[in-house]
Structures are given as C-alpha cells and as structure tokens.
Design a protein around this ligand. Structure first.
Ligand code: PNS
Length: 165
C-alpha cells in the first residue's frame, strides 16, 4: 500500500524551514502532497496559484505534488486516502496549537495520524510571518527562503508598499 502524506499550510510564502520538512517527509512516505490552504478570511501576500507555482519551482526535482485546498483538511485526507498529515514543530510555542489541531483532526478522521517533524536547527527560527515582517522593514531574508521567492517578496513589497503582516 502506497503511503501518502499531506503537508498542509498557508505557505505565504514557502520558507527554507518548510523545504526542510518536505525533504524529511519525502524520506518517510511514498508520496508527499503539499496542500496550500485557500483561506478567504486571510489577506495573503501571494494568491493561492502564485504560492503553488513558487512551491513547485522550489520543489523541482523532489517527488512532491502541490495543490490547493479549501474546507476541512480531514475531508481532503479522506478524498486523497492520506495516511498522515505532516506538520513541522519548531519549538514549545508551536506545540499547543498543533496538538489541538491534531486532536481535532483525529476527532474528524480517526484513522488519520499527524506526524510532527523537527526541522534542522539552522532553519528552526524561520516563519513566514517573520519573513514578511523583515521584508516589509527593508531587511534581508537571504538564506531563509529560496532565491526565487526572495526576489518575489521584494517585488511584492515594492508593489504593495508597507503593509501589515
Ligand atoms: O501554515 P498554517 O497557517 O499554520 O497552516 C494551518 C492549516 C492550513 C494546517 C490549518 O489552518 C488547516 O488545516 N486548515 C484547514 C481547515 C480545517 O481543517 N480546520 C480544522 C482543523 S482542526
């Protein structure tokens, strides 16, 4: 039986921390699907199709599918017959919210496991929110996101001016 893992998130934008988790998941599962949430309640820097395109480019050469989803993650997992949901756990501050989400997904889909992966220490401080804050304030995010995404962030900042993240 082929074991498929979903790696869901906002990915606004994908970071080197996400890439580290994707590579680790790829070594554990037969297929990894990066599932980009379409969340009408949020105002992302990048549209869902833009995020998908950036992730596909960054993951070129890896055996990874990238798609969007809306609605419940548990329902996507059912449709895709996923074995597990993968989430990166950077530290204790991530844990409570992640535990709650994992328990709720287990309630909605008792056969679905959530697997937490610890990113490499050199990327454990990266978050999409901090990346956008640094770019907004004119700092460098080199080495924290893939080069193509770094360029897109600077373009977007120039296009949109200062904005809340
Ligand atoms: O990158 P993020 O923003 O931390 O990812 C959060 C995500 C997409 C994993 C979470 O918001 C999610 O799964 N949303 C889908 C809606 C859903 O299933 N809600 C109930 C989850 S307990």
């Amino acid at each position: 039986m082929s074991r498929l893992a979903l790696y869901p998130g906002s990915f606004d934008p994908l970071t080197n921390g996400h890439l580290d988790v994707i590579a680790r998941a790829g070594r554990l599962f037969d297929r990894v699907v990066v599932a980009v949430l379409i969340n009408p309640a949020k105002q992302p820097w990048f549209t869902a199709p833009e995020r998908v395109a950036m992730i596909r480019e960054a993951c070129a050469g890896l055996a990874v599918d990238v798609e969007t989803f809306d609605g419940l993650l548990a329902e996507l997992a059912r449709r895709r017959q996923a074995t597990a949901v993968v989430r990166g756990l950077r530290g204790a501050s991530d844990f409570d919210a992640e535990r709650q989400m994992a328990q709720m997904n287990r309630h909605l889909h008792p056969d679905l496991e959530t697997v937490f992966l610890l990113p490499a220490p050199e990327v454990g401080h990266i978050s999409s929110t901090l990346i956008k804050e640094i770019v907004t304030l004119g700092g460098s995010v080199a080495g924290l996101v893939p080069r193509a995404i770094e360029a897109r962030l600077h373009e977007r900042r120039e296009g949109v001016g200062t904005r809340h993240v």
